[in-house]
Design a binder for this molecule. Structure first.
Ligand code: GTP
Ligand code: MG
Length: 189
């Protein structure tokens, strides 16, 4: 499977500026976990979403239209320490508001770092999404950074801590499980 068409639509800071209603998939997770890289891998584009070595680059909700059928929505990462507390709160409010009110939101992709495992923030976010009854797809990124001999054990650890209903270990470098994640998303459109 492959995504044939993708385009950046707009960046917003208020829900009232949302583009035309279409099924939406929100990507959230810690700053630097690989959300923008995931969008680029899925769309097979090098620079559709902005990737950076310095975390905290994404500061708006960014809408990408795929296959003229659904949006991937890139959100600012949480837990970026060098951002002011006030700005952090503003982002969280915006994301929370979106999760609660977006009528076309089909699922939230919660990205966590495969090597680091779920952080307290990740666990809190997962529980919060569950409490809202949202469909959650957990994607553990950067699997390529863990030695092959430790991957199985690490995956068991993650599952034990988070107990996710839908889980994919993933890598934007090797594209491991990319097709499976695409299929999961398409099945929820
Ligand atoms: P914010 O926009 O700051 O929230 O970050 P983000 O979650 O969008 O992360 P981004 O995609 O910008 O990636 C951050 C860094 O991690 C970049 O240097 C990427 O090249 C790297 N990276 C992302 N995914 C992977 C992966 O699967 N494997 C490896 N090895 N590096 C990755
Ligand atoms: Mg980003």
């Amino acid at each position: 499977m492959m995504i044939k068409s993708s385009e950046f639509i707009k960046s917003i800071t208020h829900l009232r500026d949302e583009p035309e209603a279409m099924p939406e998939f929100l990507l959230i997770g810690r700053s630097n976990v690989g959300k923008s890289s995931f969008i680029n891998a899925l769309t097979n584009r090098k620079n559709l979403a902005r990737v950076s070595n310095s975390p905290g680059k994404t500061i708006t909700l960014n809408f990408y239209l795929l296959e003229n059928a659904f949006y991937l929505v890139d959100a600012p990462g949480y837990g970026y320490a060098r951002r002011s507390k006030t700005l952090q709160q503003t982002f969280l409010k915006m994301i929370e508001h979106f999760i609660i009110h977006a009528a076309s939101l089909r699922a939230v992709c919660l990205l966590i770092d495969f090597k680091v495992g779920p952080t307290p923030d990740d666990i809190m976010t997962y529980e919060y999404l569950r409490s809202l009854g949202r469909d959650i797809i957990v994607i553990a990124t950067k699997k390529d950074k863990v030695p092959a001999t430790h991957q199985f054990k690490q995956e068991q650890e993650i599952k034990k801590l988070l107990n996710p209903t839908t889980f994919f270990a993933y890598s934007s470098v090797t594209k491991y499980n990319l097709d499976q994640i695409e299929a999961e998303i398409r099945s929820k459109i």
